[in-house]
Design a protein. Structure first.
Lengths: 201, 201
């Protein structure tokens, strides 16, 4: 399943082609990782003309991978923000996030886990590694800020709760994918909700 | 760093060669995943003669990968069992496990995460996928049993606590590796200890 982070109607033809390549790379990196993903497969998945690849990404696979990881991170932050927009408390925000991830994973036939985790655990070049670090740092900071500003959690506790939530959800996504089951995500969601009830305000 | 799951003194020359190949494969799968690991690299890392590879593993890389994942799982279960053997309660058992993993990851220059996670998130063949599922199932069952028999946790709660612990530690290993820092493991360990205090006996 290809994710689109922005509407494509107002893009030029060249921008649409570039976006097709980035979408296809993001989909493949998420499903199978960096080394399993070849440029031919990216071109085939994207439907873009082969020649457009080096026109838009002269540095090849690494440049494409960086663009795909950045887009995946931004796209998922937007989806999570939308999912928690109406949450009246931290517990229901956690429930919304876990349901969003479990629905997406199940709908993909248990293939769509964390869009960055597979690449994070492989041997990768410095620019790709930098994009991975930036991705997880942005999540850590974004979740911490939300906990402080939306749910009134003191910042020092918010940073720790953000680390525990990210770790537990990341691991649950892996276990859910391995076992083809929503259960690890649901169980972790319940544990995080129990912890949320004890966070001082 | 190559892990040895058993002493090699009592092995025949052929068994030692086989073990070298499995050790090298386990090391490389853990550090960089399945698709980044080539047979030439395995042979070079192992120091075994190239010809021995197809003698011991006629089905090639998949057969080697399965043997390596099984050995990693057994080796780590033995190490964790040793680490928690003297733990007087669940909280100190969690502390011992988290310290063991953080020490190992830091000593490896932040390369040695979960021995199976990288492979679990890639596109892999059915036999390798089966070894991955068996690995995580064995951990889930083993941790649940320990919680029941050693720490008197009711089985239904033990199964949930095992899922949350495995997920959180798996995710923390990924974050610790990405950020080259023990902090995610230490923070997750503290959260699991706080949860352990509330588990009914």
């Amino acid at each position: 399943m290809t994710r689109r982070a922005q509407p494509t109607d107002d893009l030029t033809k060249g921008e649409r082609t570039r976006k097709k390549l980035v979408d296809a790379t993001a989909t493949l990196l998420r499903k199978q990782g960096y080394h399993a993903t070849g440029l031919s497969e990216i071109v085939a998945e994207s439907g873009a003309p082969r020649g457009s690849l080096y026109f838009h990404f002269p540095d090849g696979k690494d440049e494409l991978a960086v663009a795909a990881l950045v887009q995946s991170g931004e796209g998922w932050r937007a989806r999570v923000d939308t999912a928690v927009a109406d949450a009246k408390d931290l517990g229901s925000a956690i429930d919304s996030i876990v349901s969003l991830l479990a629905d997406d994973l199940e709908a993909s036939g248990w293939e769509n886990g964390c869009p960055v985790a597979a690449v994070a655990l492989e041997s990768i070049s410095k620019p790709v590694r930098k994009a991975v670090v930036a991705h997880y740092t942005a999540w850590q900071d974004g979740v911490t800020d939300s906990l402080v500003t939306r749910f009134g959690v003191p910042r020092a506790i918010a940073a720790q709760f953000a680390t525990v939530s990210l770790a537990a959800i990341e691991g649950a996504l892996l276990l859910a994918r391995v076992h083809k089951s929503r259960e690890p995500l649901i169980t972790v969601g319940r544990a995080l909700q129990a912890m949320a009830m004890m966070v001082p305000k």
